[in-house]
Design a protein around this ligand. Sequence first.
Ligand SMILES: NC(=O)c1ccc[n+]([C@@H]2O[C@H](COP(=O)([O-])OP(=O)(O)OC[C@H]3O[C@@H](n4cnc5c(N)ncnc54)[C@H](O)[C@@H]3O)[C@@H](O)[C@H]2O)c1
Length: 410
Amino acid sequence: MSGQQEQKITEVGTNRFGFDSRVQVDTLRSLYLTPAFLKEGNKETDLAGQGHKDYGSESTYFKETDSIQYTTVAKFPPVKNLPNTERKRILVTGGAGFVGSHLVDRLMLLGHEVTVLDNFFTGSRTTVSHWVGHPNFEMVRHDVVNPFLIEVDQIYHLACPASPPHYQYNAVKTIKTSFMGTLNMLGLAKRTKARFLITSTSEVYGDPEEHPQREEYWGHVNCIGPRACYDEGKRVAETLTYGYQRQDGVDVRVARIFNTFGPRMNPYDGRVVSNFIIQALKGEDMTVYGDGQQTRSFQYVHDLIDGLILLMNGDETRPTNIGSSHEFTIMEFAEAVRDIVEQIQKEEGVANPRRVNIIHKEMPIDDPQRRRADTARAKESLEWQPKWSVKQGVEEMARYYLRMIREGKL
Ligand SMILES: NC(=O)c1ccc[n+]([C@@H]2O[C@H](COP(=O)([O-])OP(=O)(O)OC[C@H]3O[C@@H](n4cnc5c(N)ncnc54)[C@H](O)[C@@H]3O)[C@@H](O)[C@H]2O)c1
């Protein structure tokens, strides 16, 4: 993980393509590193550490009764005062999920009207609860396999479980969500002339024979394996998207997202970043599948959101990889996470943390050996490249999970 450039980041977003998406990082942090307190007898401990107390809900964990009290927001963060001509009506399907909730935070802070459509299969109301009641925000429980009618200007179509245990839980439903959900949202885009962006995935490349993966590469996917419901689901979703573009002139954007991590990632979904951080925080052995020589690249969620907003508002209509091009082995990553977590535990005053071991288990079927984005297209047409180092991202995420552990939620 060495060799990644690090700069202090105080602002995310850009002012490009006539769409100003700049937001202060501290404002975003106030929404996911929300105040939390631990009540033991008469004693109350502030779990939040420093700062980020301006907005968002608060929670107090009562240790004796093992209960949590939520306090709803007293005030919303200030959102940009956009003129009507610039304010967009934006639909985010899957907006209560990990990526969706960060996108919603950004779009709301920028002053747009946001509707979230979610069936809460893997997402949770708590990820966007700090916006409930805001005049620019609406949340609808809805399954995208059923049609939905609304007048909108832009559709970010994210709804789909993204982690293997979740998408394999009901494989047929995953394909249905990918196919019928995308069909319904494209139908909506056609009727309302809204611009449509789908979050596809690097999994469309399967276990790639080409490295790094350029968008022109057609992929190497096992169409009957356990991951096929997701990989083939996204492939057919892309096919549908370009079908609507060719036949009906729908204005489409396709983001092929590579591994992304950050706060609000479901701690139980078995993805490598959350697994490692939680295991290290809890003092459990860290599990590496196989010999750990398989490589991955990870991007921090704020970089992904920058990329999605740029893609939506720019002119690039071809599929576009959005991911980190910094590659490291899983073993290197595990060791780095262990060091970062130890440092956070020290800073946050965790008593007697245990130095954890790294153990190996058998590799799951169809797990790709190498995966790294070729991001030349995103660089050229969106002027986008990741800003956050993995270390900076893991630090934030470790603080977020540590808070959850102290609050009794993990
Ligand atoms: N996180 C990553 O690393 C990554 C990588 C590649 C692609 N993606 C894509 O980005 C999108 C978001 O991923 P995420 O990591 O936030 O996953 P997530 O599971 O946290 O979020 C998905 C959201 O979609 C909702 N959803 C699922 N099925 C639905 C349905 N039938 N109707 C309505 N809502 C439904 C879930 O409840 C959840 O809120 C997905 O399309 C995923 O394929 C993510």
